[in-house]
Design a protein around this ligand. Structure first.
Ligand code: NAD
Length: 487
């Protein structure tokens, strides 16, 4: 069995305990992981604090920080194949997607490498003649980063990249459900030459590791990606250290299809939106809202596409849908489908788990028209699409916004004015028009409502890892007058 280690203060070390990681394609243990507990968390946070407050990192210029980030980007690109294979092995996400995604992760580091020396302060046109006043942008401090299992290298890059550009130090907690790619990524951080303690990477369980990290008194900011229920714990933990938080949570994103659209193209986007990554995507377009006049035709196309999907080993380049990441996830999907059928949803296709080893579940479509199916409100994080239909644009918008989440939305129409009305009316942090599931380091990403707050990607994300300091300089040599009057 392969063994992995934590990376703390520039050294690779075992955790207080160990646990076995399961290969989702077989259901069997394949690697031993270090389990970090409170003492390991303390060491990692202390290392990050020391690296921030003194030592070589604090003395580097922003340009030098950028150069280290460029080096890291090159190393990620060179090692993308190996990282992809580890992510696929440990989480079941298909190699076809992990290879492409991790190669693109290098571009995220490159983007933030370029930003490092473009984070500027400002000079204020202050209303007092004898004062010069500046805003300095300084790193927000020690950042705790907590990520879920899916797309860990991507979800950590959108935190680590901007935080390093801003000069922060950090402790990254990989998910206990598939930590291999992030623990391996630590080797690249080391090779790139970041000073000890700047980036620490650990893994462990939520209550013993994630909680200890997010309430740690030396943590200044918590960047969290995961489910809303865990986010509530994290926010409660932050009451201990009063750290600021940014939250990237789940979704129940609407995918709206009007009759005037190219149905085959929209169906491909819908397949990408719900069956890619076996549906384990926060932006999954999991609620299809389709114009009633084309509902049957569109469902026919989708059903044919869903049934033609190649399910198989995630390590095979030809596979299109692999296993879910955990048994727990598979059980959750099965139970929610069963509850939805009991509540009146009807099965268009799928609905069963193939009789094979591993955590597989068939691409599934539920027609939810006329039912109060729980699949319409609850995130599956699996390959299950819920369908509703509408007559009018107003009804489509009402159905789209009938959710407490607000991460993403797709609108498919050839009508330009309607597209503009909907992009304004939809409550979501991202609206894709005639496309779906497109991301870029240049474009901010994040949600409204139960989908969280804060944005990852784009320039603002790097600024969000800074805090401003206001500096007042008196330029007059005259003695300070009346001390009892505020100046
Ligand atoms: P999760 O919330 O169960 O776990 C996420 C992380 O939080 C893990 O590392 C876990 O160990 C840690 N954790 C658990 N309990 C904790 C506690 N008490 N204190 C601190 N940390 C704790 O999420 P998951 O099941 O691993 O991932 C699926 C969820 O993530 C879905 O809801 C999905 O939509 C969401 N997600 C959101 C985005 C986004 O960018 N918006 C991206 C990917 C996934």
């Amino acid at each position: 069995m392969q063994r992995f280690q934590c990376y703390i203060n520039g050294e690779f070390a075992d955790g207080e305990a160990r646990f076995e990681s399961i290969d989702p394609a077989t259901g069997l243990a394949w690697a031993e992981m270090p389990e970090a507990r409170e003492a390991d968390v303390d060491r990692a946070v202390e290392a990050a604090r020391n690296a921030l407050d003194g030592g070589p990192w604090a003395k580097l210029s922003a340009t030098q920080r950028g150069k280290l980030l460029y080096k890291l980007a090159d190393l990620v690109a060179e090692n993308a194949g190996k990282l992809a294979e580890l992510e696929t092995r440990d989480t079941g996400k298909i190699i076809r997607e992990t290879s492409a995604q991790i190669a693109y992760v290098a571009d995220y580091y490159r983007y933030y490498a370029g930003i490092a020396d473009k984070i500027e302060g400002s000079y204020l046109p202050i209303d007092k003649p004898d004062m010069d006043v500046w805003l300095r942008r300084e790193p927000i401090g020690v950042v705790a980063m907590v990520v879920p299992w899916n797309s860990q290298l991507f979800l950590s890059a959108v935190k680590i990249g901007p935080a390093l550009a801003a000069g922060c130090t950090m402790v990254v907690k990989a998910s206990e459900d598939g930590p291999a790619p992030l623990l391996e990524f630590a080797r690249l951080v080391h090779e790139a030459g970041f000073p000890a303690g700047v980036v620490n990477i650990i893994t462990g369980f939520g209550p013993s590791c994630g909680a200890a990290l997010s309430r740690h008194p030396q943590v200044d900011h918590i960047a969290f990606t995961g489910g809303p229920e865990t986010a509530r714990h994290v926010v409660r933990n932050s009451a201990e250290n009063l750290a600021s938080t940014s939250l990237e949570l789940g979704g129940k994103s609407p995918f709206i299809v009007f009759a005037d659209t190219d149905l085959d193209s929209a169906a491909n986007a819908q397949v990408a939106g719900i069956f890619a990554a076996t549906g384990q995507s926060c932006v999954a377009g999991s609620r299809l809202i389709v114009e009633r006049s084309i509902k049957d035709r569109f469902l026919q196309i989708l059903k044919a596409k869903a049934e033609a999907i190649r399910i198989g080993s995630p390590l095979d380049m030809a596979t299109e849908v692999g296993p879910l990441a955990t048994q727990r996830q598979c059980d959750h999907v099965k139970a929610l489908v069963a509850r939805s059928l009991a509540a009146g949803a009807t099965l268009v296709t799928g609905g069963t788990a193939p009789e094979a080893a591993g955590f597989y579940y068939q691409p599934t479509i539920l027609d939810c028209d006329g039912s109060a199916s729980p699949s319409l409100d609850n995130e599956f994080f699996g390959p299950v699409l819920s369908v509703l239909s509408f007559e009018t644009e107003a009804e489509a918008l009402r159905l789209a916004n009938d959710t407490r989440y607000g991460l993403a939305a797709g609108v498919f129409t050839q009508n330009l004015t309607r597209a503009h009305r909907l992009m304004k009316g939809i409550h979501a942090g991202i609206v894709w028009v005639n496309t779906y599931r497109a991301v870029s380091p240049i474009a901010p990403f994040g949600g409204f409502g139960l989908s969280g707050h804060g944005r990852e990607g784009g320039l603002q994300a790097a600024l969000d890892y800074t805090r401003t300091k206001t500096v007042w300089l008196r330029t007059s040599d005259d003695p300070i007058p009346d001390p009892f009057v505020m100046r």
